[in-house]
Design a protein around this ligand. Structure first.
Ligand SMILES: [Fe+2]
Ligand SMILES: [Fe+2]
Ligand SMILES: [Fe+2]
Length: 418
């Protein structure tokens, strides 16, 4: 079995990138295409290896700050000029991370027009060449029509980009693009279903293997990208991660296993990226179809983690809505098919969720939550032993959880502040 210690940065970032584009068919592959174009332009301009990698990852993540489906779709208008709010939020999500701080800067200004040179700065901030490359790459990508053969579109796309040379776009970058655009292969790659493996083979970079500390750092960052889309879940995964790790330690798992359980907690709802916030945050009663859409999130968690190479933890993380009696979803597992680690995560998730506010109800007290959890044990939904460990150690578990969640909430406050 592949061990979680040999996870590659490329796979982790690209799996998140693909996840963000699951939200609607109209945005499928957008991040991957922008990553490919930005990387190709950086290569054509002979930027350094590091800068090429930064552009690749900036392309792969550039719209993570567009939280709702509407915002995502709005950015697909070529003349998009509404606001730079999603670029600023993307920057805020990434700026604290040592690994992503440069990428955050590139993303921050990816909608600034060149404006005959005035675009070198934006409200007293310097705008890097990287941001202008990302801007061009993004605008090329939004011009691609999904239902027209790619080579039949290239003339039109090239002329649209040239039309806006100097005004929207930096002339040196447009020139580099024209160089690449001569190659049919560039366009065929863009339209390819295997664009991610093409990119991986071409870049030969970003293949840094992650140690446990890095894995924790990155997945904690991912948990914020997942949770900050809705104020109701702002610190949900950080609570689930803390409780899962603590319960694992109380069970006597090794330090590494307990840390991996924390990682599983950070990522258990990553499939929610595939669900529009319009549904996640809907205040009223969900329609049957909306409920089915929400329920698909754990299916996507499983597939996304598989894509990321996180084979050991994908089941721990993705089975948190399965139930021992087989009536959970989406794999309909039961009894022995659910390992102790999946059972722990399920309990951590239910307990955290019940004690948090939701759009349709207030958060419950510890006591109310435990009453519900005990009734779920009786109905063979949750593991009785795991619940016993939770109840017996509630105080210490609560304090670890509160610590984790309050520091995440501080970051959330910064995220939503002007
Ligand atoms: Fe954007
Ligand atoms: Fe975009
Ligand atoms: Fe969930």
């Amino acid at each position: 079995m592949i061990q979680e210690s040999s996870i590659r940065m490329f796979d982790l970032v690209m799996s998140l990138s693909e996840a963000v584009d699951l939200v609607d068919q109209s945005v499928t592959n957008h991040h991957m295409q922008v990553a490919y174009i930005a990387f190709s332009i950086a290569q054509e301009l002979r930027l350094s290896r590091d800068q090429q990698t930064e552009l690749l990852f900036a392309g792969a993540l550039h719209d993570i700050g567009a939280l709702s489906l509407k915002e995502r779709v709005d950015t697909f208008d070529f003349e998009y000029n509404l606001s730079d709010a999603h670029a600023e939020l993307g920057y805020k999500l990434l700026k604290h991370s040592i690994l992503f701080s440069k990428i955050a800067q590139i993303i921050r200004f990816h909608h600034v027009h060149w404006d005959n040179g005035k675009g070198q700065a934006f409200f007293n901030h310097q705008v890097s060449l990287g941001s202008h490359i990302l801007h061009v790459a993004d605008r090329i990508a939004v011009l691609i029509k999904k239902n027209v053969f790619i080579l039949s579109q290239r003339k039109e796309i090239i002329s649209k980009i040239k039309e806006n040379n100097h005004t929207h776009f930096h002339p040196e970058i447009v020139q580099a693009f024209e160089g690449i655009a001569k190659k049919e292969a560039f366009w065929l790659d863009l339209a390819s279903k295997s664009i991610d493996s093409i990119l991986l083979n071409q870049c030969g970079i970003g293949l840094v293997e992650l140690d446990m500390n890095r894995l924790i750092e990155i997945t904690k960052l991912f948990s914020k990208i997942i949770d900050f889309r809705s104020k109701f879940t702002a610190s949900h995964s950080s609570g689930v991660a803390a409780i899962s790790e603590k319960l694992s330690m109380l069970y006597g798992f090794s330090e590494k296993e307990s840390q991996l359980m924390r990682v599983a907690g950070y990522l258990h709802d990553i499939g929610k990226l595939a669900i529009p916030t319009e549904i996640l945050d809907k205040p009223g009663k969900l329609t049957k179809e909306e409920y089915e859409i929400i329920k698909s999130h754990t299916y996507y968690t499983y597939r996304i983690l598989e894509r990321a190479g996180l084979h050991q933890i994908k089941g721990w993380a993705a089975f948190h809505h399965e139930q021992l009696d087989g009536k959970g979803y989406p794999f309909r597992l039961s009894g022995d098919e659910l390992t102790l680690k999946s059972r722990i995560l399920a309990v951590a998730d239910v307990y955290t969720a019940l004690t948090e506010d939701r759009p349709y109800r207030k958060g419950m007290s510890k006591e109310q939550a435990l009453t519900i959890i005990l009734s779920m044990v009786e109905k063979r939904k949750l593991d009785s032993n795991v619940v016993k460990v939770l109840v017996d150690n509630l105080e210490v578990i609560e304090s670890t959880r509160n610590q984790a969640q309050s520091s995440t909430l501080e970051e959330y406050d910064d995220f939503v502040s002007e």
